[in-house]
Design a protein around this ligand. Sequence first.
Ligand SMILES: *Cc1c(COP(=O)(O)O)cnc(C)c1O
Length: 352
Amino acid sequence: MLSFFPGPSKVYPQVRQWLTDAYDQDILSLPHRGQRFMEMSRNTVEKLKEKLAIPADYSIYFTASATECWEIILQGLVAEGSFHFFSGAFGEKWHSYAQKLQLARGNCHFEVNERPAPEINGSKVDLICLTHSETSNGTVLPDAFLKELRSAYPEPLIAVDATSSMAGMALQFPLADVWFASVQKCFGLPAGLGLLICSPRAVARAKELNHRKHYNSLVVLDEQMQKFQTYNTPNVLGIYLFSRSLEITSPITATDKIIRERAAEWYAYFGQRPDVTPLVSNPEVRSPLVLALQAKPERVKAIKELALAENIRLGNGYGTWAESTFRIANFPQHTEEDFEELKQFFESRAQK
Ligand SMILES: *Cc1c(COP(=O)(O)O)cnc(C)c1O
């Protein structure tokens, strides 16, 4: 099955061999307090910084998922309150976590084709939360927005959910204090591992607040990571697969270029079709990584079914757009051949 589902998405085919290697090299019962684990963890973090061009003074932590990161960030970095920008389901869910924790102090719910104004309307906000690539509707926040927000609000920490853009786009890490993702999207790996990346300012804030009342608090993550360890027994296999994948991934600037070129081609292609149109018409906020495509609900259903019959899995629409859209992931693990196969499908079986 060739998967263009945005997540869990296609995994690198090398995962098959790495799994065998993991078994043969005794990774599956590797003690997580031992030297070998700590070496692996250190190497992984160093390689990740190099490949993704993450500033050397940023800290990286292993978590279980992006969802867990929503909570870790809110519980570890907020004393006053959080403000949330969102246009789709993931950003909205993060906001609802903040509401449940009684930390949400305001939000800006913007439209799919809109670039939001960098303004927060609430006092007592010490954390601003953004979703870089909103996987549910195929939008992305432009770097210019992050820049404007940073200069308008130098004080609050800025945290960015980059779950479907990290490893796929060149992110401007210095423009925010916290970035996170999980590996089943652009990293091309099986689910079950999240990454949390913090600036020195974010780490200092966590230490100052010293919130320790919950599982995986940020201060505890940081203390453990000084030894390249985790508080609980982590997903050792996931970290191993991650370390292997980093050996074969290209530097992020090269990946970014390929992804953008491929996205431009496909948006142009769907722009010309009579039956399918891109959900996002404003190119400035269109994600190159998750293409959301709109059609009549019966056409969406037919295209997905025809694709499945050809062993191609397209992404379902999400939330508000469940029936009226389908999504195509354009991730680094997708090859030219994969997209050739997809093109053939649209030109033959799904021709209109
Ligand atoms: C997939 C996704 C999540 C959730 O990731 P999990 O690993 O399932 O927790 C959160 N935010 C965005 C933007 C996503 O695309």
